[in-house]
Design a protein around this ligand. Structure first.
Ligand code: NIG
Ligand code: FE
Length: 416
């Protein structure tokens, strides 16, 4: 289908996910559903949303390609706002070691972990990484994801970091999914900078960031702010310099140790702080106050057998929560949205409605794009997913199984 004018009618539910309210988390429960709804799409943009009856009064059906969505549910495309999708090589053996009892940090400290993927990514050619990336994006699309954030961070040197970002730039051009690029040069300390972390941060600031900025290779800067990786001070310095150069901030914060990453995110008014398994009450409240999105990654906690982040506490304290996969070769090798939905609802005490909000409009907000994507609303990109079953309530109910039937990206059907 290549027709840009599309009418989707008779949907049992159009779950619009309209309205993003950072400072009142409980509004995450309001999905703004239209029953027996229709959506009009022109030139890739949503032109009208309403009851099928009303919509049909105002348009000529014959001017549109028509999809009858009877007994089906329409949702905005999911926004997977935290992934590490470009990497070479895999780490299946590390997963077995973890099952045996080794911790993620132990494996990292003996040269496995991120550094293992750095080796694989350095060895891979750009073309190989593009081919791998396409496969991964196809898989994400099959789960109803229409926008994905992707991080560098498996290079830790100038060339390979740039290579990863260029691969994402290329993938964004050739694949229907939109990719939002994040520079995560401070993802681990490379061998040659062990014990000289400050120098590594300076190297990134002086030698890498200016080029990324000049070539517009990333929209966000991220850092692994963690004990024995990068300190609060180093993270602050990097993110503030990046901000001066026009890159918005994200942090891997308080994942393994309570270091004060949530507090730092609030202090520098980052767009999001991610993971937050160990975030303090004060840090969470400060984030809520400053409107920093809490991006929770339950697949990672699950895969590492850690306690889940306190999603319920965050929402109850006014924090806007987003959910994402954290797709990566180490701590969470999954692009499964159904898994994330199951974990959030069954283990994090999030309601089905909050979970959907966290994967759509709040995911968009975590990428500073809540004005363009994340809801079925007039003027937004027509990124719409048709799910089998007559209600969104089937998404958590159908455990671990994708309910996606058709994906429409920019008004064009790209998966069915
Ligand atoms: O988000 N915590 C740091 N970074 C990734 C893991 C990356 C890896 O293990 O390769 C994360 O979990
Ligand atoms: Fe991550």
């Amino acid at each position: 289908m290549n027709n840009k004018n599309l009418l989707i009618k008779n949907a049992s539910e159009v779950v619009t996910c309209k309205g993003f309210k950072t400072k009142k988390g409980n509004e995450m429960n309001d999905l703004h559903i239209i029953h027996d709804g229709a959506v009009v799409i022109e030139d890739g943009i949503i032109k009208a949303v309403g009851s099928t009856e009303k919509i049909l009064e105002n348009i000529k059906e014959e001017n549109y390609e028509v999809i009858d969505a009877s007994e089906k549910t329409l949702l905005p495309g999911f926004v997977d706002s935290h992934t590490h999708l470009v990497f070479g090589g895999y780490r299946a053996e590390e997963f077995s070691w973890r099952l045996r009892g080794d911790s993620y940090m132990e494996i990292m400290n003996r040269g496995g972990g991120i550094i293992n993927s750095v080796r694989g990514t350095k060895e891979a050619s750009k073309e190989e990484l593009i081919q791998l990336g396409k496969k991964r994006l196809n898989s994400m699309l099959s789960f109803g994801v229409t926008t994905v954030e992707g991080k560098s961070g498996y290079g830790l040197d100038f060339e390979t970091e740039i290579k990863q970002l260029e691969v994402m730039e290329q993938l964004d051009k050739v694949h229907p999914l939109d990719i939002v690029k994040t520079f995560l040069g401070a993802h681990a300390v490379p061998e040659e900078y062990k014990g000289k972390e400050d120098e590594f941060i300076d190297f990134i600031i002086e030698k890498v960031l200016p080029i990324i900025r000049k070539r517009n290779l990333a929209e966000f800067c991220d850092v692994f702010c963690e004990k024995n990786v990068f300190s609060i001070e180093q993270s602050r310095k990097l993110l503030l310099k990046a901000k001066e150069m026009g890159l918005k901030s994200k942090l891997h914060a308080d994942e393994i140790v309570r270091l004060g990453g949530a507090e730092l995110a609030a202090e520098i008014e980052a767009v999001s702080a991610d993971h937050l398994l160990q975030a303090s009450d004060e840090g969470i409240k400060a984030m809520a106050e400053k409107g920093v999105i809490a991006t929770l990654l339950p697949g990672t906690a699950f895969s590492l057998k850690e306690e889940f982040a306190r999603g319920r506490f965050m929402i109850d304290n006014g924090c806007a929560v987003a959910l994402a996969t954290d797709f990566n070769p180490g701590s969470c090798f999954t692009e499964s949205i159904p898994l994330i939905i199951s974990l959030a609802t069954l283990y994090m005490k999030m309601t089905p409605e909050e979970t959907i909000t966290a994967l759509t409009i709040n995911g968009a907000a975590a990428l500073d794009k809540a004005d363009k994507i994340g809801s079925i609303d007039v003027g937004k990109k027509a990124d719409i997913v048709i799910h089998e079953f007559p209600s969104y309530k089937f998404l958590p109910y159908h455990i671990g199984v994708s309910t996606v039937e058709m994906v429409i990206k920019n008004g064009i059907m790209v998966y069915d």
